[in-house]
Design a protein around this ligand. Structure first.
Ligand code: ADE
Ligand code: ZN
Length: 332
């Protein structure tokens, strides 16, 4: 099955570029930029990847990424991820970046966007992996800060296709960000939203009704509300689920307790993604392998998940069909 998963063409739709920083690269960049990480070695840093909840992870994630400073650093971070993704047969990636994390430490928006974008371009030409960029607002900061960020990003609008909302979910409902999402939609951006990871099912409903989210990132807590499940299934709203992340951040105690299979059985448009791979113990193939093992998924289930990843992407119908045609045909 691992071999089958490795060969399966797939799209990754929920990946934070800041969350792809491997400890080895973190130490290299810290050295280069004459900065200090709160760890003495790669091993010590990796050993700290033991989280009690979302916030305990976010604290470490924001501290670690402070060593990524120049356009070249953003380029290297992004190209390193794309090489790994290409090696796992990811054909297309839709990647979040959190500009406020960097502009708060006086890194210009242009440095961030140009570094990431240059790597995405080389990822296409050198590795054959297509990609799109999604600007994600930090929900622990104010709605005014999100609006300012959208304005700062306006000169770079050709570089990203959508906006999202991430960071600490509890206490920061989508309803606080209606204005900035309205503005983004009016400017023609796609709209997605983290909801129902740690937050209640009502946040998913708010993301749909108030922000008009086209995709829900995580969304696993929808299973607590049968009416919401019916709606998500009827409207085929994609959910970008991140199984290893959910277990490492204690949304579920074990992989066997994850509701992914129940979500598939309920007719939801589920996709499998890695979120912040080094922190949670795996890239997309390790996520596929973990759920295959926990739920004894068949090859057909895995093909369905890969097909969903293309269907749920922001590619054109023609591009989706081309990628879907590369999937193995369903076995009996
Ligand atoms: N930022 C990076 N990973 C995240 C996650 N899983 N939830 C919310 N914000 C994030
Ligand atoms: Zn996420």
């Amino acid at each position: 099955m691992d071999e089958f998963i490795a060969r399966l063409p797939k799209a990754e739709l929920h990946l934070h570029i800041e969350g792809t920083l491997e400890p080895e690269l973190a130490f290299q960049l810290a050295d280069k930029n004459r900065m200090k990480l709160p760890f003495t070695s790669v091993e010590e840093m990796r050993a700290a990847f033991n989280f009690s909840d979302l916030q305990s992870f976010l604290d470490l994630y924001y501290a670690s990424v402070s060593v990524v400073c120049s356009e070249e650093d953003f380029y290297e971070l992004t190209l390193t991820y794309l090489k790994k993704a290409a090696s796992q047969n990811v054909k297309h990636a839709e990647i979040f970046f959190d500009p406020q994390t960097h502009t708060a430490r006086d890194i210009p928006m242009g440095t961030i966007v140009h570094g990431i974008s240059a790597a995405l371009k080389d990822g296409q030409s050198q590795l054959g992996i297509s990609s799109k960029l999604i600007l994600s607002f930090l929900r622990h900061l104010s709605a005014e800060s999100a609006m300012e960020t959208l304005e700062q990003a306006a000169p770079f609008r050709d570089h990203f296709i959508g906006v999202g909302l991430d960071s600490s979910e509890l206490g920061h409902p989508p309803s606080q960000f209606v204005k900035v999402f309205d503005a983004a939609r009016q400017q023609g951006y796609h709209v997605v939203c983290h909801a129902g990871e740690e937050g209640p099912p009502e946040y998913i409903t708010e993301a749909l009704d108030l922000l008009h989210a086209e995709r829900i990132d995580h969304g696993v807590r929808c299973m607590e509300d049968p009416e919401l499940v019916k709606r998500l299934a009827a409207e085929q709203i994609p959910l970008t689920v991140c199984p290893l992340s959910n277990v490492r951040l204690r949304v579920f105690k074990t992989m066997k307790e994850h509701t992914l299979k129940q979500m598939m059985d309920a007719g939801l448009l589920v996709t499998v993604n890695s979120d912040d791979p080094p922190y949670f113990g795996g890239y997309v193939n390790e996520n596929f392998a973990a759920i295959q093992d926990a739920f004894d998924l068949s090859q057909n289930d895995l093909i369905k998940l890969a097909r969903n990843s293309f269907e749920a992407s922001f590619l054109t119908d023609k591009e989706k069909q081309t990628l879907i045609a590369e999937l193995p045909t369903t076995s009996v």
